[in-house]
Design a protein around this ligand. Structure first.
Ligand code: AMP
Ligand code: MN
Ligand code: MN
Ligand code: MN
Length: 298
């Protein structure tokens, strides 16, 4: 049982890193990556808990990037979390979040909703990674919307009254930072961007050219059709395949069951076959086992 994408309260998840690991283990997971948005601060606590439970933990992060003026999420897996260049890039990405929150709160104020800045921050365990998820929670708690989906469709989503365009990391720079830290870069939830077939093709090509390794063939509650389609895309571009629940909390919007992703289609080359042997970072060895992308000429 594998899950290579989930969140703790180091970003916009509800549970602490240790609680995430315990729940994943209770759900039968044996290989888990904690992938908080733009932050690796939960990995130490998660690793300690994983050692106690006897579950294998892979270093992870989900980096917000801007590609052609659109936001795309790139998951990094199995990297050295002590890598300075990667940490600098993550710190830079996080910097914009408080300012963006101010701008979102100002727009909500114009909609007659006050107090969103303080309200969202009060809900964030880590102000550096304060997210639209926290604003949504504030809107729910104050009775302005019924649920997270409605918070996005009414106020926070792209083009809605409180949406604020934001410049995240550059796609190629994020992939380079993950690769530079010895990791593997993965396009998160490609089925969720609402991109046209052409935009998706362009994204996959740009990602490939930047040194991207994989795409999520399964994410959250996506179904068999998505898995088959993205397995075919992965094969076409020579990508490895990843799978993650995108778990944030036990109830509410999005995310699948923590730790329990369905099996990938047979044609997939699972990304976990390219992970380093456990503890190779602990012994100071950061050389990656090289993996081969099978090129089919496309
Ligand atoms: P941010 O990184 O602050 O822009 O927040 C993005 C987060 O909001 C994502 O990681 C999801 O957890 C959540 N999210 C994004 N889109 C939606 C949506 N349409 N409905 C509910 N939650 C969403
Ligand atoms: Mn999130
Ligand atoms: Mn995401
Ligand atoms: Mn996520």
């Amino acid at each position: 049982m594998i899950d290579l994408h989930c969140h703790s309260n180091v970003s916009d998840g509800r549970l602490s890193p240790a609680e995430v690991v315990r729940l994943a283990h209770a759900n039968g997971c044996t290989l888990l990556a904690l992938t908080d948005h733009d932050h690796t601060g939960g990995l130490t606590e998660a690793r300690a808990e994983a050692q106690k439970c006897g579950i294998r933990l892979i270093n992870g992060v989900e980096i917000s990037v801007t590609w052609r003026k659109r936001t795309v999420h790139i998951v990094g897996l199995d990297f050295d979390d002590g890598n300075e260049d990667l940490q600098n890039l993550l710190a830079e990405v996080r910097k914009g979040r408080l300012k963006r929150l101010q701008a979102i709160a100002a727009k909500l104020e114009k909609q007659g909703i006050g107090g969103a800045y303080e309200g969202a921050l009060a809900l964030a365990a880590n102000p550096e990674t304060v997210s639209r998820t926290h604003v949504a929670e504030f809107l729910i708690n104050t009775g302005h919307v019924r649920n997270q989906q409605q918070a996005f469709s009414k106020y926070l989503g792209d083009g809605k009254p409180a949406s604020v365009p934001h410049e995240w990391a550059d796609l190629a720079a994020a992939v380079a930072a993950i690769n530079g830290a010895g990791g593997l870069a993965v396009i998160a939830h490609p089925m969720r961007y609402g991109f046209s077939a052409t935009a998706k093709r362009n994204l996959f090509e740009a990602f490939k050219a930047s040194g991207g390794a994989a795409i999520e063939v399964h994410s959250g509650r996506s179904g068999q059709n998505d898995r088959l389609n993205y397995a075919l895309s992965a094969e076409r571009y020579g990508f490895l395949s990843s799978a993650g629940s995108d778990f944030h909390r036990q109830s509410g919007y999005g995310g699948g069951i923590l730790g329990a992703c369905p099996a990938l289609p047979d044609i997939c080359r699972p990304i976990w076959e390219c992970f380093r042997p456990p503890h190779s970072f602990d012994s100071g060895q950061i050389e990656k086992t090289p993996f081969k992308i099978i090129s089919n000429g496309l």
